[in-house]
Design a protein around this ligand. Structure first.
Ligand code: FE2
Ligand code: FE2
Length: 159
């Protein structure tokens, strides 16, 4: 089966999040390629472990961004991340036990695992980050404007 290429329809518009998503997709492709080509099981295990580690790291980044930008969907999104990690662990257990048809089902399952989440949760997160950043910029420029013109009743009496 061919590797699933990156599609710009998956871009959320946040540099670090998009870079992580590309790395996750690359790892999924390496894993399914290794499985398809009958690589040693340790090779597949290594890629599966990389995928789980990368997912942990990436979810932690997104969760810190949710906190920093007071994303209203943070708790639901965080629950989804926990579910995704559970799903990965279950997939790996199926894979380890040889129950899962390799590689087609694995690739399809992992691809859906990533892309459904990007569309449902990560795009709204990127929107929330943009909104929060724009608000911060507006408040900052309002602050600069008020410094420029002086606050009412501020320095008027001096001198
Ligand atoms: Fe996410
Ligand atoms: Fe993500």
């Amino acid at each position: 089966m061919d590797a699933i290429g990156w599609s710009d329809s998956l871009l959320v518009g946040h540099k670090k999040i998009d870079a992580d998503h590309k790395r996750l997709l690359e790892t999924i492709n390496r894993l399914t390629h290794a499985a398809e080509n009958g690589h040693d099981k340790t090779d597949c295990d290594k890629e599966f472990d990389s995928l789980i580690a990368l997912a942990w790291e990436h979810f932690a980044l997104e969760e810190s961004l949710m906190q920093a930008h007071q994303d209203p969907n943070a708790s639901q999104h965080t629950r989804e991340h926990a579910k995704l990690i559970d799903e990965l662990i279950i997939l790996k257990a199926h894979y380890d036990s040889g129950e899962m048809a390799i590689p087609d089902n694995l690739q399809e399952a992992l691809h859906k695992w990533l892309t459904n989440h990007i569309h449902a949760c990560d795009k709204p997160l990127a929107d929330a980050i943009r909104t929060s950043s724009n608000t911060a910029k507006t408040l900052q420029s309002l602050g600069q404007t008020s410094r420029l013109f002086g606050k009412p009743g501020g320095d008027g009496g001096k001198g």
